[in-house]
Design a protein around this ligand. Structure first.
Ligand code: MYA
Length: 447
């Protein structure tokens, strides 16, 4: 390290990704056996060693009437609190809890910089209900110390073409001081109760930790956009045989996009883009079966007043005949950087949904590479420093060529109360390396 450089310990970019995958270590958790999952072994999920022979729901015995009307008991110091995220103060409390406790960063240097706009997008898709934004408070002080959320989704498995009314579970968080006290199972049971009461029996969720039992595993990859800033904040180290100038040159991107007809999505494009997307999604084994209304929500960032979203960015390609042939989208969720003299924020983009009518054709790989390079280029104007994507979807067609590097964070995908055959998550099951040019089974993107 040269004189005058920041004293922040240098983290490899791999460690950044680990951080983004909520800091779980695969090797430790992998060793845990089914009998050790005291909570999960009681739940309707496939066990770790189970060979799936038929797909379908696990427990079909219950009806909403069988489900208790009252919340699960909590220790007497705590109480349940349904969070009204339309109330600014309550939304602030969720923000604060996630800001301080969601990311497992040992020295507390990096934190997700959520915004109200982000939550309005993530937690309020069509059909959302306040009842599924579940908090736990300390009775004495009213302090919010835990949270879990569900949003309604319809899932579809290519194998059966069956629609599965479900929820997506996300933003499970417990205050650091209340960890390892078995509160997570109580939160999970309570959200299950609330969802079951609405006659929904399946859920999709992802986690860095290995639980019984992942239906697929994918890997985080990241593409430096502003390498020198990543280096400044300690995310990227300089490889021994490289110079800073060499790294900058390697990751340099043009200022203008290359795909003819590429432009930002406008509301008038939504119908056509939705059709293109729905067709494209048939490639994958597990998808969210979006309604038009849901698609509009996710693409417009939940904005109803026609103003532009600061969270989700969507671009379409319109050909010479005025037809939408491709689109891509990514969302922005920056990190706040603490204790750094040069930077207080790190811009991070996450690849979201995309589609191309060249899928399955000879030029598909080339087309996708062009589109993703354009995605990287467009992201510069939103101060993105690193662009992330998983090895899911068709991402292995461009990850390597577009200079995404593999992180050591992995993301496990789970279905609650449903058995499916294992799906390809874009990595080699043995080496865990991102494969080349192979459609994964995963057509779902969770925030
Ligand atoms: C039909 C409707 C169904 C709806 C529900 C569907 C299921 C939804 C499932 C939730 C999907 C969430 C999706 C996301 O949001 S994934 C993001 C999770 N959040 C974080 O990583 C933020 C930082 N960490 C924390 O806040 C805590 O460490 C959490 C809250 C994660 C655990 O708190 P804590 O560390 O204090 O532990 P405990 O003593 O209370 O409890 C220990 C038990 O909890 C099991 N555990 C640990 N981590 C997870 C995890 N990420 N998913 C599921 N289970 C998990 C663990 O194996 C053990 O069970 P078992 O090993 O003994 O069996």
């Amino acid at each position: 390290m040269s004189n005058g450089e920041d004293k922040t310990p240098k983290r490899s970019i791999e460690e950044l990704l680990k951080l983004l995958s909520t800091g779980e270590k695969l090797t430790e958790t992998e060793q845990k056996q089914m009998k050790d999952y005291k909570f999960w072994k009681t739940q309707p999920v496939p066990s770790l060693e189970e060979k799936i022979v038929t797909e379908g729901p696990i427990d079909t015995s219950k009806t909403p009437e069988d489900i208790p009307n009252t919340p699960f008991p909590l220790l007497k110091e705590f109480e349940w609190s349904t969070i009204d995220i339309e109330n600014k103060d309550q939304l602030d409390e969720v923000y604060q809890l996630l800001y301080e406790h969601y990311v497992e960063d040992q020295d507390g240097t990096f934190r997700f910089k959520y915004s109200h706009e982000f939550f309005n997008w993530a937690l309020k898709p069509p059909g959302w209900t306040k009842n599924w934004h579940v908090g736990v408070r300390v009775k004495d002080t009213n302090k919010l110390v835990a949270f879990i959320s569900a949003i309604p989704v319809t899932l579809k498995l290519n194998s059966s073409q069956k629609e599965i009314p479900s929820v997506e579970i996300n933003f499970l968080v417990i205050h650091k001081k209340l960890r390892n006290k078995r509160l997570a199972p109580v939160l999970i049971k309570e959200i299950t109760r609330r969802v079951n009461k609405e006659n929904i029996w399946q859920a999709l969720y992802t986690a860095g930790v290995v639980l019984p039992s992942p239906l697929a595993v994918s890997r985080y990859t990241h593409r430096p956009i502003n390498w020198s800033k990543l280096h400044d904040v300690g995310f990227s180290h300089l490889p021994a045989n490289q110079t800073k100038a060499g790294m900058l040159a390697y990751y340099a991107l043009p200022n203008t996009t290359k795909t003819p007809g590429l432009r930002e999505l406008e509301e008038k494009d939504l119908d056509e883009t939705f059709k293109l997307f729905t067709e494209f999604q048939k490639r994958f084994e597990l998808i969210q079966d979006f309604t038009k209304e849901e698609f509009n929500h996710w693409m417009l960032g939940g904005k109803k007043d026609g103003s532009k979203s600061n969270v989700i960015k969507v671009y379409v390609v319109e050909n010479e005949d005025g037809k939408i042939t491709d689109f891509f989208s990514y969302y922005l969720l920056p990190f706040t950087v603490l204790n750094n003299s040069q930077h207080d924020e790190l811009g991070i983009a996450y690849l979201f949904y995309y589609a191309s009518d060249s899928a399955g054709k000879d030029n598909y790989k080339q087309r996708l590479n062009g589109l993703m390079t354009d995605a990287l280029i467009t992201s510069k104007q939103f101060n993105v420093d690193v662009f992330n994507c998983l090895s899911s979807q068709d991402n292995s067609y461009f990850i390597k060529d577009a200079k995404f590097g593999s992180g050591d964070g992995f993301l496990n995908y789970y279905l609650f109360n449903y058995r499916t055959f294992p799906m390809h998550g874009g990595i080699d099951p043995k080496t865990k390396e991102v494969v080349d040019d192979k459609t994964s089974g995963l057509g779902v993107v969770l925030l």
